[in-house]
Ligand binder design. Sequence first.
Ligand code: FES
Length: 109
Amino acid sequence: MKRTDVVKIKIDYEGFLHEVETFPNEYRSLMALIFDRISPDDFGDCLGMGKCATCLVQIKNQHHPLTTFDRNEQTTLKKHGILEDGFRLSCQLQIDENLNNLQVEIIRP
Ligand code: FES
């Protein structure tokens, strides 16, 4: 039987667009999915504690509703000089149906 809760996410990494499919709660966060499926260098150094900002992504379709853990995120973004809207720590984004059709770009520090 075909699953109906597929979450499709487009991830731009170094100019290449990865189209990945997952399910709610298959990964504990968007960072964990990116780490597993794309494995960017030096990504997710603090393992999702919201402190290192190496999992930074830019949201390309910003009207998207996102579910967040919101643990340390604002403090960490400010500490790294990231003050504009649309930049998020992917470790703080839960994989759920709200991420369906999300497009992000991995931003290197
Ligand atoms: S993995 Fe370190 S802030 Fe997200």
